[in-house]
Design a protein around this ligand. Structure first.
Ligand SMILES: Cc1cc2nc3c(=O)[nH]c(=O)nc-3n(C[C@H](O)[C@H](O)[C@H](O)COP(=O)(O)OP(=O)(O)OC[C@H]3O[C@@H](n4cnc5c(N)ncnc54)[C@H](O)[C@@H]3O)c2cc1C
Length: 442
């Protein structure tokens, strides 16, 4: 028996691709989808912050397009940075045109200096994130966007983060692109997601739901409590019947955050448990708001590097899909990161967000806020730091040795997308199927 824990996209995709093999999928919540979910509130649909589909793997794109048939719409990214009371296009490094001339000059000179005096080591493994920014983008871009934005998001000094994750998320531009961007010349789309797909209605929730017809054995409201890795037994708590049960497994596939998994594995060596406890991450308050005024913005989402704005990003779901709201209204998701154990009252968060949105000219003082709802995404962005670099390989390989495969964004403790979660589930299911076929033919 294969036991899968967690019905986010990684768990759903694993089960979907295990067709014909014996498995059970357990999910703690009453519904599937994990982070990739949507909910309704007073006539508006919100994701757990905007979830947009962009693909780099043709096989996963084809799978999602087949699952969602004609339900997806393509959008050309309208994402901007708001700083110096000006909107400039994202990504910052190739779009500084429109900023005050002294800012443009600092950005250009800084970038050119990185080309004239390349850093001695450009191996991301050797560099802290701050040094990577300075070496690759220069002092001006560091000062005017990269450092303030990232410190606001990560809530930690960028000296403490490593840079081995940045290459596809923060591409280093060519000089020609930087110059064009400073002069306002546009000759190509830049960045990892110049266009994206999003469901025409129903929010991103339609994606996890589309896996369900292909999944035969799934139970919600069932939480993994503990694992005896030696005897390969997992104990679960069933919330609806208020009972516990024990499953014997040959393989356990876990998609829950790796510190939570390790805590539940009672017989792992103490150093491994300490290593898992040392992993760090940042949480995100997801404020979902709606006001009784049409099109408060014509953009998809905005980044805010400056400290007078409490949020690092704001998005406008009705600009991806008008079916997510009500006529005559606008909806927004506002993202404010926080350290996992530090909390703020909801009223304070909403008041701060409103003040910031008015300062940016998105809301007006007279706007009637018809929805304000706050979700706390406890595990949002994991830290890539020196501890992670040694802890994660050690933890994952010891778990594998004991028949436990930890996958997904928080199972692998990485910055990955919906596409990656689906891809990891597919890949693991195919590997387990191959192992089984080999065992049968031996
Ligand atoms: C703020 C934010 C914005 C994002 N935006 C995008 C985007 O625009 N595009 C994109 O592609 N990706 C985006 N992502 C990433 C995307 O959400 C994830 O890559 C993907 O949803 C991860 O799926 P998963 O299955 O690995 O994990 P999860 O979705 O976390 O699933 C894990 C599941 O395990 C369950 N679980 C936890 N503990 C237990 C337990 N003890 N017992 C049983 N079940 C348990 C949880 O309830 C959950 O359902 C974003 C992420 C964040 C944080």
């Amino acid at each position: 028996m294969i036991v899968i824990v967690g019905a986010g996209l990684a768990g759903l995709s694993t089960a979907y691709h295990l067709t014909g093999m014996p498995y059970r999928l357990y999910e703690r919540e009453s519904e599937v989808g994990g982070l990739c979910r949507s909910y309704r509130k007073d006539g508006f649909t919100f994701d757990y912050t905007g979830h947009l589909l962009h693909f780099r793997q043709p096989a996963i794109k084809a799978l999602v397009e087949q699952l969602l048939a004609d339900k997806l719409q393509r959008h050309y990214r309208k994402s901007f940075i708001y700083s110096h009371q000006t909107y400039t296009e994202y990504p910052f490094q190739v779009n500084v045109h429109g900023l005050p001339p002294e800012v443009v000059r600092e950005c250009l000179l800084g970038f050119i200096t990185t080309l004239l005096h390349p850093a001695s080591s450009n191996n991301p493994k050797d560099l802290c994130f701050k040094q990577w920014i300075l070496d690759n983008l220069g002092e001006g871009m560091a000062k005017h966007f990269m450092i303030p934005f990232n410190e606001k998001l990560w809530k930690v000094s960028l000296d403490e983060l490593t840079s081995d994750w940045v290459s596809w998320l923060v591409p280093k531009p060519e000089l020609k692109d930087v110059i064009n961007g400073a002069l306002g010349i546009k000759d190509k789309a830049f960045g990892y997601n110049p266009s994206f797909l999003y469901p025409a209605s129903g929010g991103i929730n339609v994606l996890p739901q589309s896996f369900l017809p292909g999944i035969s054995s799934i139970e919600t409201n069932v939480e993994l409590l503990e694992v005896d890795t030696k005897r390969r037994r997992a104990r679960f708590y069933d919330r609806l019947s208020d009972t516990t049960r024990t499953e014997h497994y040959e393989s356990l596939i876990s998609t829950i955050p790796v510190p939570e998994l390790v805590r539940r594995c009672l017989d792992l060596p103490a150093p491994l448990k300490e290593a898992a406890e040392g992993l760090r991450w940042v949480s995100v308050y997801n404020l979902n708001l709606a006001v009784a005024r049409e099109q408060v913005s014509d953009k998809h989402w905005l980044y805010f590097p400056e400290p007078e704005f409490p949020f690092y990003r704001v998005g406008f779901p009705m600009n991806f899909s008008s079916a997510l709201g009500q006529p005559g209204c606008s909806s927004m998701y506002v993202e404010i990161s926080h350290r996992p154990m530090e909390h703020q009252p909801v009223d304070q968060l909403v008041a701060q967000a409103r003040t910031g949105l008015e300062r940016a000219g998105i809301l007006r003082p007279g706007d009637d806020m018809v929805v304000s709802d706050v979700k706390d995404l406890h595990y949002a962005y994991v830290y890539f730091d020196r501890h992670r670099a040694t802890a994660i390989p050690a933890i994952l390989s010891e778990l594998e040795r004991r028949g436990i495969h930890s996958i997904g964004r928080y199972g692998r403790w990485e910055h990955t997308s919906m596409e990656d979660a689906i891809g990891q589930g597919k890949q693991l299911a195919e590997r387990l199927r191959m192992d089984q076929n080999q065992a049968l033919s031996a």
